[in-house]
Design a protein around this ligand. Sequence first.
Ligand SMILES: C[S@@+](CC[C@H](N)C(=O)[O-])C[C@H]1O[C@@H](n2cnc3c(N)ncnc32)[C@H](O)[C@@H]1O
Length: 508
Amino acid sequence: MSRFAPPVQLLSGAGPATLWHARTGRHVALSADLLAELDRWTPGLLPPPDLAPLARRLDALHLLRESAQPDLRALIPCRSRLVLTLPDVPALWLPDPTVRTPGGHAWRELPLSAGRLAFWRACNGSRSVAQAAALAGLPDADALAFLAELTTPAAQAVQLRDAPLTRRDPSLERLVAPARGGAPRPTDQYGPDGETTLAAYHHAGITDGATHFDDHETTVAHAFGVPHPALGGQRYGERLFDVLDGRGHVRRDALIVEVGPGDGELGQAWLARLASPVDYLRVDASPELLRTQRARMPGTRELLGSATSLPLPDSSVGLLYSNEVIADLTAVPYEPGRPAHGAAAEVEERLRRYRIAPHEGAALYNLGAWQFLEEIARVLAPGGVAWLSEFGGLDELPEETTQLDHPEVSIHFGHLVVIARALGLRARVEPLAECLRFDLGAQQLARHSYEGLRARMRSEGRHLAARAYTPEDLVLPWPVEGLQWVPLSDPGAGPLLTRFVALTVERE
Ligand SMILES: C[S@@+](CC[C@H](N)C(=O)[O-])C[C@H]1O[C@@H](n2cnc3c(N)ncnc32)[C@H](O)[C@@H]1O
């Protein structure tokens, strides 16, 4: 640390460390190797040639011991896009990345005097501290004291920059947070071969179907479960029905199966579209969610069971659909050349059977999704169709997500297509947004704004559903400034739409 100026803090955890200037909020992430090299640079001497570019960058941010100290009054306060202003309190509503909560990190209220509120509003990314203070009628000393509270690692509300902001800067939309060393996952979410197994989670871990998709996980279908301009004013379920019906896949005279209907919102939209009674069966691994669906989808049948062993006769289904379910199904670590037991042996056997070349080294394989596809091939009647959606890619190694209270694994759709074809099915893969004709340019509330609002509502005992809000349909109990609106290609309240893929398979 002898290398750095006194207000500089070194934030370290798992992963790269961050050098943080506590008076300007400017910061730089550095690998352990670079930090060690910086430590070897003798104070007072010029940096070694290979460190010179980094030294210039650190110097420009006033981070080095020999850097000139910044004239804070002349710097330009640039506000984080994460901070919300509550003018009627008045207060700022700030994330605190140093305090972890089950949903992410804590948020806190920072009360404002009228002068500080005026100063905050005057900070527009191009006025200097002195100019904003003059405009707000706040003494410079008070403005600087206020900024000192906003530029710490626990606030991250402002960066004091040398030049005006000219474009959207990602560092004003991110938080520097200690890496989640992470509470260990519950052991009942993994099998003996390290495979994901969510049977216990679905059976007993989901306890409130009505709020589960707002509070614990969410889906694209849930985010767009209300009429949305991105779908021409339709709900997700309505659009999905219309697309599949338009393609001639919805046969009213044959069994319709929905696997993993969640809270039943999607199916409810289908029932309204179908109008006349049909044979509609819900299959789900969660008794609580089956109960929630029952209330929304009267007149439908239900089965507590698994996608990977459907309790249905061969050739009995006209249409099966399953939205955002297959990432929940077992994914198995497998490495070619290593002795394979249990689930890994099942992967190995199928790789051979379907002539899929394994990846070099250890990787995850979507065994559960493959088994589901085998079941689909068995239960589809001639002319029957199945439609599945999930996050993943055509040629992307499956990856486990870490942000939820249970593991989900992205899907290698290329493998699913190979397997579907080997099973005698016609297969078609499309980006979900294209399949459902989403208008990706439509606006929605940015994820960080949603998280801030949700935390604020919670602090008052209120609930904010995880929807892709538009400026027109977000109704709040109090005024808020600083909400960010982004296109659907950016993260909103739900999962990132552009990460999702739709697979349609058809039995000839
Ligand atoms: C992420 S939610 C998706 C819910 C809904 N389809 C949606 O898009 O909003 C996953 C759903 O699949 C169900 N599920 C998970 N694993 C399952 C399995 N092996 N068999 C049947 N259903 C399963 C869950 O209980 C839940 O209803």
